[in-house]
Write a new protein. Sequence first.
Length: 391
Amino acid sequence: MTYDVVVIGAGAAGLMCALTAGYAGRRVLVVDHASKAGKKILMSGGGRCNFTHLASGPANFYSENPAFCISALKRYRPEHFVELVDRHGVAYVEKTPGQLFCADSSKEILRVLLTECDWAGVEIRLKTAIEGVERCGEGMRLMTSLGPVDCGALVVASGGLSIPTMGATGLGYDIARQFGLAVTETRAALVPFTLTGHWKARAEALAGVSCEVAVTCRGKRYREPMLFTHRGLSGPAMLQISSVWQPGDTLSLDLLPGCDAFETLCRARRETPRRRLSSWLGEHLPKRLARALVEWHDDDGVLAECSNARLEAWAEVLQAWRIKPAGTEGWRTAEVTMGGVETRAVSSKDFSVQELPQLRFIGEVLDVTGELGGHNFQWAWASGVACGNAL
Ligand code: FDA
């Protein structure tokens, strides 16, 4: 079998690249070992796929080479993808500012991509094992469970390592290493934290409680909701900060972001001196959390009896709460992979490997990782289109 282009991975980036190359007149084959295309699209955004973020830009991405993502993101912007889903009549909602989700189901996004692939004449072969890849003159050859497949260009869009049960493998990294590319250290990101000891017991007791926090670690700060779980801490704030957290790091939590707790407590003492701390806390935090804080600190005094030092100590508890996670839930639940194929040897214009232009890498397999909020899909669309247009 011979094709102009073979794409490994029928995920977000691979399908977008395939349909773009197909429309450009290329004969395109997409191969994937999974039984279904776009499994991660289907499970994303809680089943409603947060398919882009209207303000997505290079500042929303982590990479050892931060400039790498600029070109593709500039050329294919969120409004381009919105125009595509509009054309297919997909209904969507803006949940938090900028974050667009399907109004009904993620299936709609996959339907758009598969329809476009069909119109562009792209062939998709699922349940296909990749047994090896080699250079073949000016092109590439794949050894697959379908037999050998030759192509003018091979695009690796095999994604990262998160959620192995969804088909994630390190194939893309192995291919990169085989052809002399470096792979930066990979770790689970956008992932909940686990706690141990008394912190775990405390989180367990509060499982289901959510509140807005500002969390800080390694100079990064995110102000978003946090959720207590049976294992530890989750919610957007924790997922976001997990991308910079390293084992052994302590998180600093502000439970009252945007408020000066000491000043507010002093004012409450002046204005409502007979009030108890638990009552004041219950007004500013979820009731279960307020009750738990009072219990943990064994202090439910009347405000009038609280010295400045005592209120300062409370302000510290509320605004500089220090928690040391034991770890993260790891690849089992991580949304993305931090790190990946080193980008310095890859063109930011067409995603070809400089020393071997018939080989290309796009999407999450590269060392480009977005923040939570639709940025990772925006990267998959943008890198897929930039590569597909150049094939
Ligand atoms: P992707 O992982 O989508 O596709 C890779 C494909 O390669 C898969 O089909 C896989 O089967 C195939 N493959 C892997 N190894 C192979 C092998 N050895 N042989 C053959 N095929 C192989 N992002 C976002 O922007 N908004 C969101 O709402 C969410 N939500 C979300 C929820 C959950 C639970 C997860 C796990 C992830 C998200 N994400 C997200 C992240 C987003 O899903 C992710 O960044 C993109 O799907 C990456 O697209 P890629 O095409 O690069 O890889």
